[in-house]
Every structure is written in structure tokens, then in C-alpha cells.
Design a protein around this ligand. Structure first.
Ligand code: AMP
Length: 299
């Protein structure tokens, strides 16, 4: 089964304590779509400007990503720039230039409207609603978000939580949304806002899933060196959805393993700038890390 990914398609300029890289392929949808493509066919919905390099379109295509829902319009591609501290769990946004995103209305081609797995990657909640309004039938819908929308679009986000099966956010966003420091209390609080499944990501400390089967603690794959964590959260969500779409049977049965695959693909993402490492990974390398993670955590 296939996955529909909607989110930002961006050019990212990233600065770490060790290096700086301008105008890399980035955006929540780019990271998520490439990560999902290891496991299932992917359809990408987004918008880019006329400055979007052709080699980036070729890169999506090399991953078999269906681009019929990607609009290319006059104007500049969304540009985001961020800087990491020595502790790479912390970063600062230097600039966000919306460009063609300012006028963007996602339009789903008719054949996209019945995609069984829908990932609403990080983008303004109003646009996530707009996509959901066009979906005719989906098996599983998951939404991601970021601190900005909790600050400036909270009512839209709260309304969205009542429309999705799963919601994924990071620990600081969970605290910001619920006002609770304790993550178990935050999970419970978020369930009351709507979603049946809630996933809290904790950067290099792993992630937590809460659902009808209780809580699952998923480790992060331990890395000796993190080059650039940008997009790790999006890769996690993309790989998770891709894995679910590729697995037969009920979602509930596969969710824990899907989180482990998410964790592993996110670890590859952190090993290179932007998508440089993720786009060179092979499926057998993913499987090897999954086995390693299994050995590391079994007791
Ligand atoms: P993550 O590191 O998982 O939080 O995701 C980083 C990605 O989010 C980068 O590739 C950015 O292009 C993208 N991004 C940053 N700010 C925004 C925003 N306001 N809306 C949508 N995407 C964004």
C-alpha cells in the first residue's frame, strides 16, 4: 500500500559547530518521503519555486517518489536556515522565508485521494486540514507539528487532533501543548484531545508510543558521531508510515516495529547533512541496524 506525504519542500541552510552547508534539499515532506520510500510507494504533495534545482527533483524520482502532487510555481522555494549548539539536541532557527508557501493551497490529484496511509508532515495546520478535506478514504492518518504552530495556530491544531489517528511531536512540544512536565501525563492529556495513538520523540533519547496496547519505549540507535540532526524527526515519521504501509495486517500489530524502523532511518539521517546520508542508504543496512538495536535492548 502507498503513503501520501504532505509537508514542506524546502532549501535548508544548516550550520553546525563543525561545518556549514547552504541550500540543501530539505523540508519535512522531503525527509519523510525519502524515508518512507524504503518500504512503500510514496506520493509527495508540496510546492517548490522556479529556483528549485532540477537535481533535487531527480533525487526524489530516484527514490520512486510520485511527483504528480508537487506543484512548481513562479517565485522562490521555501528557505529555512538553522544553527545547532554543541549539544545537537538544541538548535536555533535563523530565518524562515516562506516564498511560494505563502500562496500555497495543496491540491490532491484525484488518484491521490484514496491513499491508505496519509502523513501530514510539519506544515501549517490549516494546510493539513485542507489536505484532509480532500481525502476520501484513508486507513491511517498521522500528523506531525512544530513549536511555531503551537504558538501561532493552536486552535487549528487542536481541531486537527480530533481528525487524525495518530499525532507525533517532540518532548518540548508535548510540554508546550499540555503544560505538563511529566511525559506520561502529557501523553494521557493528548489522548483526551483526540488521537488514538500519540508518539513523543525525545531526540537522541528515543521515543514513546501510547495507544490502546499501552506504552512502548523505543530506543534511539546510538551514534558515535552526529553530523546534522535536521529532518531526523521527519525521517522517523516517514519511515514509520512507510513501514506500516508495507506491512500487511492491522496497524496496531506493526506499530512498535514501525517505530524501531523510524528510529533506525532517523539515525542514518543524522549521519550526514540534509538528506545526503539518507539518500545513500540501502535497505540491507537498515535491516542490520534494526537487528543491532534488537540485540542492544533485549533482556
Ligand atoms: P526536524 O529537524 O525534523 O524538526 O525538521 C527540519 C525540517 O523542517 C527542515 O528541513 C525545514 O525545512 C523544515 N521546517 C522548518 N521550519 C518549518 C516550517 N515553519 N514549516 C514547515 N517546515 C519547516
Amino acid at each position: 500500500m502507498s503513503v501520501l506525504v504532505v509537508g514542506s519542500t524546502a532549501l535548508d541552510s544548516i550550520k553546525t559547530p563543525h561545518a556549514e552547508n547552504p541550500r540543501l534539499l530539505g523540508g519535512s515532506a522531503s525527509h519523510a518521503a525519502v524515508a518512507a520510500s524504503f518500504f512503500a510507494p510514496v506520493k509527495l504533495v508540496g510546492v517548490v519555486g522556479e529556483d528549485f534545482p532540477r537535481r533535487y527533483l531527480a533525487l526524489y524520482r530516484r527514490h520512486g517518489i510520485d511527483l504528480s502532487g508537487l506543484q512548481q510555481v513562479p517565485g522562490k522555494t521555501f528557505h529555512w536556515s538553522g544553527e545547532y549548539e554543541a549539544d545537537m539536541n538544541h538548535r536555533r532557527t535563523l530565518c524562515t522565508e516562506l516564498g511560494v508557501f505563502e500562496q500555497f493551497t495543496p491540491r490532491l490529484p484525484p488518484e491521490h485521494r484514496r491513499t491508505p496511509f496519509v502523513l501530514l508532515a510539519n506544515i501549517a495546520p490549516a494546510l493539513q486540514h485542507h489536505v484532509l478535506d480532500q481525502i476520501e478514504r484513508a486507513r491511517f492518518v498521522m500528523a506531525d507539528t512544530m513549536d511555531l504552530w503551537l504558538r501561532i495556530a493552536r486552535p487549528d491544531l487542536l481541531r486537527l487532533l480530533r481528525r487524525v489517528d495518530a499525532f507525533v511531536l517532540n518532548d518540548s512540544e508535548a510540554r508546550q501543548l499540555t503544560g505538563r512536565d511529566n511525559l506520561l501525563a502529557a501523553l494521557r492529556h493528548i489522548h483526551r484531545l483526540g488521537p488514538r495513538y500519540v508518539i513523543i520523540k525525545k531526540g537522541s533519547h528515543g521515543s514513546m508510543l501510547s495507544g490502546p496496547d499501552g506504552v512502548f519505549l523505543c530506543p534511539a540507535y546510538p551514534l558515535c558521531k552526529v553530523v546534522d540532526p535536521t529532518g531526523a524527526g521527519d525521517s522517523f515519521a516517514g519511515a514509520l508510515m512507510g513501514y506500516l504501509a508495507g506491512a500487511a495486517g492491522p496497524v496496531q500489530r506493526h506499530l512498535r516495529r514501525a517505530m524501531v524502523y523510524g528510529s533506525v532511518v532517523a539515525s542514518f539521517c543524522c549521519e550526514g547533512f540534509g538528506l545526503l546520508r539518507t539518500t545513500r542508504v540501502r535497505r540491507d543496512q537498515i535491516e542490520q541496524r534494526v537487528r543491532e538495536l534488537e540485540r542492544l535492548t533485549r533482556f
